[in-house]
Design a protein around this ligand. Structure first.
Ligand code: HAS
Ligand code: CU
Length: 550
């Protein structure tokens, strides 16, 4: 059994600040969800919002940046702070360093938000040049990324101090998963850091004339693909390291869990060309290599499905579940913390299948840039990740504040199911209408060419999106009601760290050694990206002047 560790009030407050900014971001970002969904269904509300919001594209930029980039990064750095110190049972080695990182992220958020709110940066969350935002947009994003790096360095120093005091002891699983997430993130963000510092920032400041859009896309997707695993891995930390206990059982295999995390470190980054199958500047052989590597990173998610479901079966049977599937019913579905993560996993099955479909070079040509793609990523980042984060919030906010959840489990469960039902309707409709040829990132409601066969699906997009909006605002309400309650029932909550069936100390030593895995990661990166980066950089052509297309 793992002994408890008292996290100090100051540390809880620090983590709480992360959550506060995360929830504010998602609350604002989600305002645009139903606007887009209803607009697809033929009800365009943007004219009523002027002059506050200029266009569909400004709304879509705010939606993507605040939800996908800001909500996730703040939630993740906060959650990983807890998994680091609670797992290692020691405070941060340099708390001031982490505080610097965090407040740098906050400054970056404000600096990014201002031009975006003023319609000076409606370049969507992928900010492809030659669309040109105000320089402060790029500067702000850089500060957010560098701030997250500094928080990561704070974790490494803490881990190093712990390792010196505890030689030979297996790194606790949740800490281990969190550290790998951060290391992977720091490799991954080298792409976007290079893109912004060598091209977008000097260009938007007028120091250079133009950009090379092809090279910019290569830099962007170097980061953009692993970004999706930066979102996913913290959810996996919870699925492996916490959910088994929350469901009433134990982790089925500590070794498989660690092996999956290592594979994510190794394989998350060198796949970016699967977002560039249609880019003329990347030779087919490199696209093929990245396709093969994409199918390899499918493996650790399959390992995860196997291990997490085996842990859940163990829990369900322990709770008296019988027969082939009786254990599923026996799981504690009444607990919103558990039901959110189970439903997140179920949606992720479909999101994962969609991902495999995208990864196929020839099928990608059918779905690329269609509504199918947002259908895919709402099942992944907005389901596997966001729904898990909602479930995590239902114990984490009471843990940090010492206040009982502001609503009954039943109400929180209604929230969870509302999100799930809205998502099923929305994402299915987006996939289908995408297959029928509907483009993504387009205000379809304004288009004069809507084929008859799209309209029923577009209506479902509107209905599903509106249900999701209700689910999101229920979540924001529950978190706010808990955090700001004046009259509340005090609670003492334990961080739910799962035991594993086998003692982690029996896990092979090579699964707790960093050096070989780091060498492997760098080597694979050099092989999969080195020659192409060299080639594209040697042939750089900074000749796209750029402009404001919105
Ligand atoms: Fe993706 C595009 C391929 C996973 C996010 N993806 C995107 C974009 C986003 C995104 C945001 O190859 C759009 C980017 C843009 O704006 O242009 N994706 C994949 C593949 C996977 C994958 C192969 N994606 C994700 C995850 C994301 C995410 C995770 C966010 C978090 N994706 C692509 C490709 C494109 C793409 C192409 C480019 C498309 C284009 O043309 O533009 C794989 O990693 C998926 C593996 C997952 C599985 C599922 C395993 C199932 C599990 C559930 C267990 C169940 C439980 C519940 C626990 C194989 C682990 C049990 C419950 C009980 C009741 C028992
Ligand atoms: Cu990808």
């Amino acid at each position: 059994m793992l002994a408890n560790y008292e996290v100090s009030q100051a540390e809880k407050k620090f983590i709480g600040w992360h959550l506060l900014f995360a929830v504010i971001a998602v609350a604002i970002g989600s305002l645009f969800g139903p606007l887009q969904a209803l607009e697809h269904a033929g009800l365009d509300l943007y004219p009523y919002l002027q002059p506050l919001f200029a266009s569909y594209y400004q709304g879509l930029t705010l939606h993507g940046v605040l939800n996908a980039l800001v909500f996730t990064t703040f939630f993740i750095t906060g959650f990983l702070t807890l998994t680091t110190i609670y797992g290692l049972k020691r405070p941060l080695r340099y708390p001031k360093l982490n505080a610097v990182g965090f407040w740098m992220m906050v400054v970056g958020l404000v600096v990014t938000a201002i031009p975006t709110l003023l319609d000076q940066a409606s370049v969507l969350y992928t900010f492809y040049p030659p669309m040109k935002a105000h320089w402060s947009f790029y500067l702000g994003l850089t500060l957010v990324v560098v701030g997250s790096w500094i928080e990561g360095w704070g974790f490494y120093f803490t881990y190093y101090a712990w390792r010196k005091e505890n030689p030979g002891v297996r790194t606790p699983l949740t800490t281990f998963g969190g550290l790998i997430t951060m290391v992977m993130w720091q490799f991954a963000t080298l792409g976007v850091a290079t893109e912004i510092l060598t091209m977008l920032l000097p260009w938007s400041l007028g120091l250079i004339e133009g950009t090379d859009p092809q090279l910019a896309r290569t830099y962007f997707w170097f980061t953009g693909h692993p970004l999706v695993y930066f979102w996913l891995l913290p959810a996996y930390v919870s699925w492996y390291g916490m959910l088994p206990k929350q469901a009433g059982g134990k982790l089925f295999s500590d070794s498989l869990a660690r092996f999956a995390f290592w594979l994510f470190l190794l394989l998350s980054v060198p796949l970016g060309f699967h977002h560039q199958y249609v880019d003329p500047g990347v030779p087919a052989g490199w696209k093929f290599l990245h396709a093969v590597l994409t199918y390899s990173v499918f493996l650790p998610s399959m390992l995860t499905a196997f291990t997490v479901i085996a842990s859940l079966e163990y829990a369900g049977r322990k709770r008296g579940g019988k027969g082939l599937l009786g254990w599923i019913r026996a799981l504690p579905w009444a607990d919103p913390v558990v039901s959110a993560q189970l439903l997140a996993g179920i949606l992720f099955f479909f999101g994962g299948i969609g991902g495999i479909t995208n990864a196929s070079y020839n099928v990608n040509l059918v779905v690329h840039n269609t509504a199918w793609v947002p259908g895919h990523f709402h099942l992944t980042v907005a389901s596997a990740v966001t729904l898990s984060f909602m479930g995590i919030s239902y114990w984490l906010v009471p843990y940090l504040t010492g206040k009982k959840l502001g609503v009954s489990n039943k109400v929180a469960n209604i929230q969870v199911w509302t999100w799930f039902v809205g998502m099923v309707i929305f994402s299915n409709a987006m996939h289908v209408v995408g297959l029928l040829g509907a483009p993504r990132r387009t205000p379809l409601g304004l288009a004069p060419y809507i084929p008859e066969e799209w309209s029923g699906h577009l209506l479902r997009v509107g209905i599903g999106g509106t249900i999701m909006f209700v689910g999101m605002y229920m979540y924001v309400y529950i978190v706010a009601k808990t955090a700001w309650a004046k009259n509340y029932e005090p609670v003492e909550i334990e961080v739910p760290l799962a035991d594993s069936i086998h003692d982690p100390q029996e896990t092979p030593d090579w699964l707790d050694k960093w050096v070989p895995w780091l060498i492997g990661t760098v080597a694979l990166l050099l092989i999969a990206y080195g020659p192409q980066l060299f080639d594209q950089i040697s042939n750089i052509a900074l000749n796209a002047p750029g402009g404001k297309v919105w």
